[in-house]
Design a protein around this ligand. Structure first.
Ligand code: DGJ
Length: 554
């Protein structure tokens, strides 16, 4: 008799094979999320805060279907999970699990605990009513802020216990791992003040800055208390330490129960100017304190920006600030107004493994002017098109993101022509760069690009080989120019194939040629994926000699 394989033994012992836990894979150029053991692209939709209820969930699933989303991001409310201290009720969580399975979606659960946009609005009533055990933070003038103090030991213990109970429940209630990630708290920090001024906080503030903080902020040689070391930034940095330390402990309590990927989200500070004190949520993981947060809360796989800034310059600055090598990041929230859809490719190109607009349900509520006035077919369409295109190749795309091969841009109102560097870290140099123009006709024109009436253009180029690319876009023209040793030569299309990947194999549906390529690759209002092979001719010193055949990247 043939020996039993390990897998057969496992199946015999446990009755069935269990799906591997979702986890972060850090073996590539960029960290990515693995679900069922494979790279996963989060094509998400986050629902409104009060929509994770059995009565409102029916308004959620159709929107996610129209969006071609594969993941729902939904809150779990501490107040409903633990209505009386120590009595846990998982009805709401179970409704999410059941609904997601029925509608073939994955779940990212958002733990609305001690902080929800800095406030304690989601803590249970027994905490709200006992400010002695669960103190609020104090402002500079001694009055109370609407934010719990991270120095409340009983609050930390209670939050950790509740979060652990949630994760413990998932261990038994979710063997197939419908839940792929969990967000710990929501937009931590304090609005309207820079730090807690309670007695416990003031004492810690006057103590020497811990060595781990000095090191993380590049102050190894400095000694002293927070004011001595950080001067005008002392309050903010101190509060970031206080909150990160708290979150680390809550996260640890949950991780002990179930080792799902964990992350926090951030209310952003102005990415270009920093902005003055009080113009941002102090203590949260804003970009200026990311090294500190990472050092103090290393259990977190990711620190993710919530993007509600419509300007390309700001969005691209935010992406650069959060795409740090250690950060397994994606965009858990972005505005759902149509203009935000065009940031999809640039987000993927920055190395993020997902994109999730906020407010995606038909409950009738809208967070306008942050997002769209209405959620309807028209407002959803550009998000749906992104997902339709990416969803068809999501596993390949997540793999290319991991390998650093994906490049993306979005239309900027300040300029109508953009360049895209197509190089791949650690690989041979490509011979090409791409130019993306907005507002040109799909045919000949002697006028320069003037931009789309409303910014809606975006493009993505995946570097498959030295002279081979996958190209997609909306409302833009993409063309290629030889660079490096081939600079100055002309570009020739060897072939432009429209198609898609089926089970990992490229399937061509048609060739683009003639009018469809004579003026570049003109993308309009529908998902189109092109596989392009290029050649140079008319090199400055070797006229007529083809420079190189298509080769694979190494
Ligand atoms: C960011 C928060 O994380 C969300 O829960 C929500 O409050 C939005 N801001 C605003 O709609």
């Amino acid at each position: 008799m043939a020996p039993l394989s390990l897998l057969t033994v496992c199946v015999l012992c446990f009755g069935q094979e269990t799906a591997p836990l979702p986890r972060i894979d850090r073996s590539g150029v960029r960290p990515v999320l693995l679900v069922d053991g494979r790279p996963f692209l989060v094509l998400g939709g986050q629902i409104n805060n009060s929509s994770a209820w059995s009565v409102t969930l029916p308004t959620v699933w159709p929107v996610l279907d129209v969006m071609h989303a594969n993941t729902l991001e939904a809150p779990v409310y501490w107040e409903t999970l633990e209505p009386a201290q120590g009595n846990f009720d998982f009805t709401q969580t179970d409704a999410l699990l059941t609904g997601a399975r029925e509608h073939h979606k994955r779940l990212v659960l958002l733990w609305f605990g001690t902080w929800k946009n800095g406030s304690p609005s989601y803590v249970p009533e027994w905490i709200k009513r006992d400010p002695v055990r669960y103190p609020l933070a104090r402002k500079t003038d001694g009055t109370l802020s609407f934010s719990l103090s991270p120095f409340g030991e009983a609050t930390l213990a209670a939050d950790s216990k509740a979060f652990a109970a949630l994760m413990h429940h998932l261990k038994t209630a979710d063997p197939e791992h419908t839940v792929i990630m969990v967000q710990v708290e929501n937009e931590t920090g304090m609005w309207g003040g820079m730090r807690d001024h309670s007695q416990a906080a003031d004492q810690a503030f006057a103590a020497p800055v811990p060595g781990v903080i000095l090191h993380s902020m590049g102050k190894d040689k400095a000694r002293g208390n927070w004011s001595d070391v950080f001067g005008p930034d002392a309050d903010e940095f101190f509060y970031a330490w206080s909150i990160a330390r708290y979150v680390e402990q809550v996260a640890e309590a949950g991780r002990r129960e179930l080792a799902l990927p964990l992350y926090v989200n951030a209310a952003l500070r102005d990415p270009l100017t920093l902005g003055p004190p009080l113009s941002f949520e102090s203590g949260g993981p804003t970009y200026d304190v990311l090294p500190l947060w990472h050092a103090v809360a290393p259990i977190l796989d990711g620190i993710n920006p919530d993007i509600y800034m419509p300007e390309y310059s700001k969005v691209s600055a935010v992406l650069a600030q959060y795409a740090l090598p250690w950060n397994a990041y994606f965009i858990p929230e972005i505005g759902n107004a149509v203009g935000y859809a065009r940031f999809f490719f640039t987000v993927l190109g920055s190395g993020a493994f997902g994109f999730s607009p906020f407010g995606m349900d038909a409950s009738g509520f809208s967070n306008y002017p942050l997002g769209s006035k209405t959620v309807d077919a028209e407002s959803i369409a550009p998000f749906a098109q992104n997902n339709e295109l990416a969803g068809a190749i999501s596993q390949e795309l997540a793999g290319w993101i991991q390998q650093g091969k994906v490049h993306g841009v979005a239309e900027d109102t300040a300029t109508h022509v953009q360049k895209l560097d197509l190089s791949v870290p650690g690989s041979d140099k490509t011979h090409w760069s791409a130019t993306i123009s907005y507002g040109l006709p799909t045919f000949y024109s002697d006028k320069p690009a003037s931009g789309n009436a409303a910014p809606s253009g975006e493009a993505m180029v995946v570097t498959l080989g030295q002279d081979e690319f996958l190209v997609a876009g909306f409302h833009c023209r993409v063309d290629f120019q030889p660079v490096g040793s081939a600079a100055g030569a002309q570009r020739m299309w060897v072939s432009v194939e429209e198609g898609t990947y089926v089970h990992g194999i490229w399937q061509r549906s048609r060739l683009w040629n003639g009018d469809q390529t004579d003026y570049g690759l003109n993308f309009i209002d529908r998902p189109q994926l092109l596989r392009v092979r290029l050649l140079t001719y008319d090199l400055p010193n070797e006229a007529g000699k083809p420079l190189h055949a298509t080769t694979e990247l190494h």
